[in-house]
Design a protein around this ligand. Structure first.
Ligand SMILES: Nc1ncnc2c1ncn2[C@@H]1O[C@H](COP(=O)(O)OP(=O)(O)OP(=O)(O)O)[C@@H](O)[C@H]1O
Length: 329
């Protein structure tokens, strides 16, 4: 393998986004307070936080639209900061903003080709790329329709097509499904997942919908400019959301006795005892111990909603932060 090829292979195993100690001050207000995180190549990465947490500020910096105050950022192995490097970075990213950038009066095809020309493609390349996005985003039936006449979901698909006309390695999506009805949201979401899976595109997403974040490979949660938790949806749920264990005992009095013996608080309705357990493993331990007395049981896993609500209620000290694990699956 020659050196260039070997370096290329090595780059593929490195994080595609590497942020270390990022700070952004707006005059005296510190919007981003020294955050560090990494994004794996080809992953679906969700960036969460309540309003004003610093998500848009961070995304705008990563997309070279806003200058950082300090910290280091590498995108696709390129250090962000110099004019030349920022230009290179811009070629490898696509961005879908909350507000569309397309011309209302032009047709879908005209809009996309217009955008494509800005990348300096030859005529042949431009046509090829148009066919690529037309197919990827299912634009065949609307290609000649004026942008302003499209439905909300169709507009989003065209916005994404615009963002990936140059086949970027990373697609940044700032709340791509906000304002869409549930069915359209699902459709747009399927398209995003398809881009990730079929084109191995890295998707960097902000969303307020927890069920969308739940299918991400990695999640980072921000609050007031800091990262308060990071990891896979599974690890976040294990650490920050309790499971609900519902049990019907063979005899109600025995059940009551077992729960009181352990000092567990519970609710009881129609003979079903319900308790909160910190993890599924603890639920399993209790079930094993009580097995001879159990008639039926159900474990309901904590959701990403629970994680988000719990984390935003808690004031979390630095020592409690989950280490961002690049190898976490
Ligand atoms: N241009 C600016 N000048 C001064 N303060 C700003 C500016 N832009 C953002 N801020 C402040 O920085 C903080 C982070 O804002 P940011 O827009 O990054 O948050 P966000 O997490 O994206 O919120 P949202 O979910 O509402 O979009 C907020 O307190 C905001 O008021």
């Amino acid at each position: 393998m020659n050196i260039y090829k070997a370096e290329n292979e090595l780059n593929k195993t490195k994080p595609i986004i590497d942020v270390q100690g990022l700070v952004k001050n707006y005059n005296t207000h510190q919007a981003v307070k020294g955050i560090s995180f990494q994004v794996k190549r080809g992953s679906l990465f969700a960036f969460l936080g309540t309003n004003g947490a610093g998500k848009s500020t961070t995304i705008e910096i990563l997309c070279t639209l806003l200058e950082k105050t300090s910290g280091t950022i590498k995108i696709n192995g390129i250090s962000l900061g110099t004019r030349k490097n920022n230009e290179l970075i811009r070629k490898s990213i696509g961005i879908v903003f909350q507000q569309s950038l397309l011309d209302e009066k032009l047709s879908v095809k005209e809009n996309i080709l217009h955008r494509g020309r800005l990348y300096g493609f030859t005529k042949q390349e431009l046509i090829e790329n148009w066919h690529f996005v037309k197919q990827a985003l299912h634009l065949e039936e609307i290609e000649h329709q004026q942008y302003e006449t499209l439905s909300g979901g169709q507009k989003r698909r065209v916005d994404i097509a615009r963002a990936i006309i140059h086949k970027p390695d990373i697609l940044f999506l700032d709340e791509p499904t906000t304002g869409l009805d549930p069915q359209t949201r699902l459709f747009v979401w399927d398209t995003i997942k398809q881009l990730q899976k079929e084109l191995n595109m890295t998707i960097f997403l902000t969303t307020h919908y927890m069920e969308e974040a739940a299918v991400a490979d990695e999640i980072v949660i921000m609050k007031e400019g800091k990262i308060i938790a990071a990891g896979t949806p599974h690890s976040l749920k294990e650490h920050h959301a309790s499971d609900q264990l519902s049990i019907t005992f063979l005899e109600e009095t025995i059940g009551r006795h077992l729960l009181l013996e352990k000092g567990l608080s519970f609710t009881m309705k129609n003979g079903i005892f319900t308790i909160n357990v910190p993890s599924t493993l603890e639920a399993l331990q209790l079930l094993k111990e009580w097995e001879p007395s159990i008639h039926a049981f159900e474990v309901i896993k904590g959701s990403m909603d629970d994680v988000f609500i719990r984390l935003n209620k808690e004031e979390i000290g630095d020592e409690q932060l989950i280490e961002f694990s690049h190898s976490a699956q």
